[in-house]
Design a protein around this ligand. Structure first.
Ligand code: NAD
Ligand code: ZN
Length: 367
């Protein structure tokens, strides 16, 4: 049985449909939001192998003309070159403005396909079928699309909301376990931001979430609802949406220092360590209790995520290097850093003028 989270964005409102097997029903649901439209299905080689046949069959059964556009897997595909390839493939497939771009895959495919959808013919209709846990709970919701520049990640893109998001929770069964765990860090993040009951529920039910079934659907539904609520309050990210960056000032520094080498550290793993740091730092500042900080680290460790900087393979950077990496992040102004800190589990807030010396002292102890 599928559940629906509605995202009430006025004339761009859309539904997120979550449940095991919704992929097999995609043709009917897509035809319902875009009657008569054809589809360009953007996907990557890994996902095409395991899930494209079911999507193609479902679209064919619904009488929808579909053309697959398959890109290599991995962050490197969020490039100018691949953007050009995808846009041209959509045009070559004779897609008109009213037709659909469908992203079938993780966040890489969603960001790339979404930016192509925003650009080809000045904006085509867009459907997300996220197949990684991270994409189901984070990147497919909110309308941010884009690619990387040689100068940094996600520097070129557009806001482009999907018409529909189909999150097939059973499609996650083929995801490598490491990728599932990484996405789970973002799920836990929603509890830590403002929903202590959800975090406590995860502490009790994480095994069932990993196993699949109703608990997984419930965790993804709660995460999508949390992200959707923030997006609706702050679609263009000028205020509230910053809370979604809990743990991310630290995480982005760790990813930068490990050169975005997924073999060493994937985003969700960096977020897990970042969440632990955000709570340990909050405890050190006397904001959160040491007990809450231990609960955060304990839970993430229990599910198999890294929770300390020394857990990162080959780590050799000191506090100064981490602060340097943070200073290259956009949220820095003259020696003061913006962090999301917390007064406890589910009680996070934006702290605008965090003293770099306090961060340095914290990191010196943490290393
Ligand atoms: P990803 O898209 O690279 O997917 C991870 C790996 O899993 C890939 O190798 C992929 O081929 C494989 N995969 C995906 N689904 C699978 C499945 N069901 N079965 C087997 N293999 C599968 O990475 P990701 O973690 O999904 O997304 C990361 C990207 O998302 C980053 O580029 C990040 O910038 C972006 N992102 C965007 C937003 C946003 O708001 N737009 C938010 C967060 C992250
Ligand atoms: Zn993240």
């Amino acid at each position: 049985p599928a559940e629906t989270v509605h995202v009430p964005l006025g004339d761009r409102a859309y539904d997120i449909v979550i449940g095991p097997g919704v992929l097999h029903d995609a043709g009917r649901r897509i035809a319902a939001v875009a009657p008569g439209a054809a589809c360009a299905i953007v996907t990557d080689e890994n996902v095409a192998r395991v899930h494209l046949p079911a999507l193609s069959a479902s679209l064919a059964a619904a009488g929808v003309r579909a053309t697959p556009v398959v890109v290599p897997p991995g962050e490197a595909s969020k490039s100018y070159a691949m953007f050009e390839t995808v846009c041209d493939a959509i045009i070559a497939a004779r897609m008109e403005r009213g037709d659909l771009v469908v992203a079938l895959g993780g966040g890489v495919v969603g960001d790339l396909a979404g930016f192509a959808a925003a650009s080809v013919r000045r904006g085509m209709r867009f459907v997300q079928i996220p197949t990684s846990l991270l994409a189901q709970v984070d990147s497919s919701v909110g309308g941010k699309t884009g690619i990387n520049s040689p100068h940094g990640k996600n520097l070129v893109g557009a806001f482009h909301q999907p018409r529909l998001v189909l999150a097939d929770t059973a499609a996650l069964d083929t995801l490598p376990p490491r990728e599932f765990r990484a996405g789970y860090a973002e799920v836990a993040k929603y509890g830590l931001i403002d929903d202590p009951a959800f975090f406590a529920w995860l502490e009790e039910n994480h095994r069932a979430v990993f196993a699949g079934g109703a608990a997984r659907v419930a965790a993804i539904r709660a995460s999508c609802a949390a992200k959707a609520a923030v997006v609706v309050r702050d679609e263009r990210e000028d205020g509230d949406r910053a809370l979604l960056n809990l743990g991310h000032t630290f995480a982005h520094a760790f990813e930068r220092i490990t050169r975005y080498d997924g073999a060493r550290l994937v985003h969700g793993e960096a977020v897990a360590i970042g969440l632990v740091c955000a709570f340990a730092f909050s405890a050190r500042l006397g904001l959160a209790s040491g007990q809450d900080a231990s609960r955060v680290a304990g839970h993430l460790r229990t599910v198999g995520l890294p929770t300390a900087i020394r857990d990162i393979p080959g780590w050799d950077a000191g506090a100064a290097a981490i602060l340097d990496a943070m200073a290259q992040d956009k949220k820095v102004r003259r020696g003061a850093l913006t962090f999301i800190l917390a007064n406890g589990i589910g009680r996070s807030f934006v702290a605008r003028d965090v003293d770099a010396a306090a961060v340095r002292a914290f990191l010196d102890d943490a290393l």
